[in-house]
Design a protein around this ligand. Structure first.
Ligand code: ZN
Length: 339
């Protein structure tokens, strides 16, 4: 018993020494930077490419942001090494019949019909070099032209998926609207000065009909309590849905779709295509749904809040409860600071 205790003490001491020793491993440059420094570095790259190719920076930011979301959602995609997340399959980059899948010679890449280009004139075309990758995509877009329709067509040819086109197009609108990349903030959907309650109900059997599991968190609150956007994004859907009643769907820059259902009505001026900030009122709490348009009162008023992530192929629901808790905690902290 004594020896075990002694062993534990030594172990703890060793762990302490290891953990307090200076980091020997070379950390990735991006890991040592603040979020703001990363945004600045990224913006510099986008604007540099805009100067070279005339492709607007917010198009490049939109594609890059979408691809960053895919890297987070798809397990087999590697994490980016630099600031840019656009991912090229080595085979596409080097050329499908190129015997050297890791080819970075611009000349032989082009000979084998690869698409990789040298964006910074260093004589190398590398799929992990930010400037080469961004230039390669900008050059692709450039060939289609520079207005919104050209952009959509280029995206369609590239992704062959309407959902991807729509999400990226939305990201571009958000970036153009705010003129910055610093759009990470979130808000709790119900203002703290109203009465509300919620618990983790994700995955429960639906209380009111339907066969699927409960894909969201129900936040109970009174009729006409304001419902607010939780993230920066674009209103993708607004209107009636048989189960959701009056509902609104907002896509954020993480490719996440935020779904607000059972509303009593919408905020004036909020339409499909509207750009919103976290905290903007988008609608009001109600009990609409489970019937033809206008049906309400079949259950107590509440906000059904759902989150869906797009992974480039499909979209799936994940539990919004931890995010809600985090945003709520932050809202209480901010309120305390103001006092
Ligand atoms: Zn619900």
């Amino acid at each position: 018993m004594k020896r075990a205790k002694r062993f534990l003490q030594i172990l703890m001491l060793t762990l302490f020494i290891i953990s307090s020793a200076p980091q020997i491993t070379l950390a990735n440059t991006t890991e040592e930077m603040s979020q703001e420094e990363i945004f600045n570095a990224r913006m510099e790259l986008y604007q540099k490419m805009e100067a070279i190719t005339q492709v607007p920076w917010h198009y490049l930011a939109a594609v890059d942001t979408y691809e960053r979301g895919l890297r987070r959602a798809q397990r087999d995609r590697p994490r980016e090494e630099g600031f840019i997340s656009i991912f090229y399959d080595p085979e596409i980059w080097a050329g499908p019949i190129n015997p050297n899948k890791e080819d970075t010679d611009p000349l032989s890449i082009s000979l084998f019909n690869g698409i990789g280009l040298d964006g910074n004139g260093d004589g190398v075309a590398s799929p992990t070099d930010d400037e080469d990758v961004l230039y390669t995509f900008a050059h692709y877009l450039e060939q289609y032209g520079f207005d919104e329709d050209d952009f959509r067509i280029a995206l369609w040819d590239y992704y062959q998926r309407e959902q991807s086109v729509s999400i990226i197009h939305g990201h571009a609108a958000v970036y153009e609207h705010f003129g910055t990349l610093d759009l990470d903030d979130h808000a709790f959907p119900i203002p703290l000065n109203y009465n509300y309650s919620y618990k983790n109900t994700w995955g429960d059997r639906r209380g009111w009909g339907g066969r699927r599991i409960h894909e969201g968190t129900d936040i109970f609150a009174g009729y006409n309590v304001p419902v607010r956007a939780t993230a920066y994004g674009k209103v993708e859907v607004k209107g009636w849905n048989m189960y959701g009643g009056w509902r609104i769907g907002i896509r954020d820059l993480d490719n996440v779709y935020h779904y607000y259902a059972h509303l009593s009505g919408f905020e004036k001026g909020i339409e499909e295509g509207s750009i919103v900030s976290p905290g903007d009122v988008v609608g009001y709490c109600g009990s609409s749904g489970y019937g033809k348009p206008g049906t309400q009162g079949k259950f107590p008023p509440h906000l059904h809040y759902g989150m869906y992530r797009d992974n480039g192929f499909t979209e799936w629901s994940f539990d919004p409860f931890p995010s809600l808790k985090q945003w709520e905690r932050k809202a209480y902290q901010d309120r305390k600071k103001k006092k």
